[in-house]
Design a protein around this ligand. Structure first.
Ligand SMILES: Cc1cc2nc3c(=O)[nH]c(=O)nc-3n(C[C@H](O)[C@H](O)[C@H](O)COP(=O)(O)O)c2cc1C
Length: 159
């Protein structure tokens, strides 16, 4: 028995999540990033997380090449940032309009994010249309604030 893609999407959009921007750095092309909700904690010791990235995404290819990336957890004021990093604008435009810095490991870190986790790629597994990328967390930064949430195809905030 199998289900079709719309049944799958209808069920999955009922999963509420935070919103992240996953970033990496290219020496020749500069910073790159994409909006990602498929993010999860994997293990505390060692500290590992995972993200699922479409194999067609520019940023995913760069992460495979560089072996480093950051996951930036967006705050509730960063809906525009999420939309910009979800396509439509060039990588240069995405980064021109926000505060970012090179993190401790050299990957781009969004200065206003609630949390940033700088990672080294431990393993990348092809699964369907996506890469499941497992990263070991090498540096973290956090600040106070409320998260941007995503549920049923719309942005939300904590009540
Ligand atoms: C709310 C939201 C969540 C998203 N989550 C993911 C995700 O988890 N994985 C993924 O590969 N793409 C996800 N996307 C789509 C990518 O952000 C989008 O395809 C991105 O533009 C790809 O980067 P590129 O334009 O550099 O190729 C999401 C988009 C939005 C708006």
């Amino acid at each position: 028995m199998s289900i079709d893609a719309s049944q799958f999407k209808n069920a999955l959009k009922l999963w509420a999540s935070g919103v992240t921007v996953v970033t990496a750095h290219s020496e020749s092309e500069g910073p790159k990033g994409m909006t990602v909700t498929a993010f999860s904690s994997v293990s505390a010791e060692p500290a590992q997380i995972l993200v699922c990235l479409n194999q067609s995404a520019d940023t995913g290819a760069l992460i495979q090449e560089q072996g480093r990336f950051a996951v930036n957890v967006l705050n509730s004021d960063q809906q525009t940032v999420s939309n910009q990093f979800a396509g439509g604008s060039s990588q240069a435009e995405r980064f021109a309009q926000l505060n970012w810095r090179a993190g401790e490991t050299g990957v781009p870190v969004l200065s206003d994010a609630l949390a940033s986790l700088e990672c080294r790629v431990v393993e990348a597994v092809k699964a369907g249309s996506h890469w499941v990328v497992i990263g070991e967390v090498q540096a973290v930064s956090c600040q106070d604030g409320s998260p941007l949430l995503y549920f049923n195809s719309a942005y939300r905030a904590l009540a």
